[in-house]
Design a protein around this ligand. Structure first.
Ligand SMILES: Nc1ncnc2c1ncn2[C@@H]1O[C@H](COP(=O)(O)OP(=O)(O)OP(=O)(O)O)[C@@H](O)[C@H]1O
Length: 236
């Protein structure tokens, strides 16, 4: 479905992504891990055309999207939920969701509320009045209103309390069951292994490890080698 082929991305002269290749198949959850500064967010921004790749190709459902502007990429049903969540703080939850609605979407408001009952409870509250976890749910809900086939999530549980992390993981499982593929940037290993079919580890702008979930879960050495600092599962 998504085929990232040997992309190179620069900030000015700085060669941040140095030949990254990865794939996400239909309905699959794929995790991209790596220490702070490894290049995870830049890879996602490049897929979305926010920081265009200077080399390599990005193919989505057989079509080359490498040089497309961001809005044209979003039109192809790839939805990006950035780390800062990007919700409208002065609009209510329901207004935030309605604004994101997409003609022809098979996700209704009721569907979103079924996945996130908390958003239904908070539907008349302003976006700025929500807790961090609720804001994240709203950001994902907004993305779903766009009827994504591929959802790209940048550290969706960062900074959230364990009980909220568990809730978001359960909600993401429901979304996966609807056949939506998910590319997940995540540093919480427990979240990764609960959700993902496959994992990639990025280090200094290169993919240094790839495995399926069973292999990754069994492979403790690799975690110490590539993910030790800042990538531990927070204590419960
Ligand atoms: N706008 C920018 N201009 C210049 N350099 C940048 C910019 N954004 C990120 N970088 C640099 O690019 C490298 C990769 O950053 P990126 O944010 O992609 O890493 P990351 O793996 O997502 O890290 P984190 O988990 O901290 O978000 C880092 O060295 C970072 O300092």
């Amino acid at each position: 479905m998504l085929d990232v082929q040997d992309i190179h991305v620069f900030y000015g002269q700085s060669h941040v992504i140095q030949g990254v290749s990865l794939t996400v198949r239909q309905g699959e959850v794929v995790c991209l891990l790596g220490r702070n500064g490894a290049g995870k967010s830049t890879t996602m921004k490049s897929i979305m055309g926010l920081v265009p790749a200077r080399g390599g190709r990005i193919v989505f459902k057989g079509q080359d999207i490498t040089a497309l502007p961001t809005h044209r990429i979003a039109d192809r049903n790839i939805c990006f939920v950035p780390e800062d969540r990007g919700i409208f703080r002065l609009l209510t939850v329901e207004e935030n969701l309605k604004l994101a609605a997409h003609a022809g979407s098979d996700w209704s408001l009721d569907d979103i509320y079924r996945v996130f009952p908390r958003l239904h409870e908070r539907r008349r509250n302003g976006g700025g009045q929500l807790s961090g976890g609720e804001q994240q749910m709203l950001a994902i809900g907004r993305a779903l209103m766009n009827a994504p086939e591929l959802l790209i999530l940048d550290e969706p549980v960062e900074g959230l309390a364990p009980v909220i992390v568990d809730e978001i993981v359960e909600r993401l499982k429901l979304i996966r069951e609807r056949g939506i593929a998910i590319l997940l940037i995540e540093q919480n290993l427990e979240v990764c292994t609960q959700l993902a079919d496959r994992h990639y580890i990025l280090e200094s702008g290169r993919i240094v490890y790839e495995n399926d979930n069973a292999g990754f879960t069994a492979d403790n050495g690799i975690k110490d080698k590539y993910l030790s600092v800042g990538a531990e599962t927070p204590p419960r």
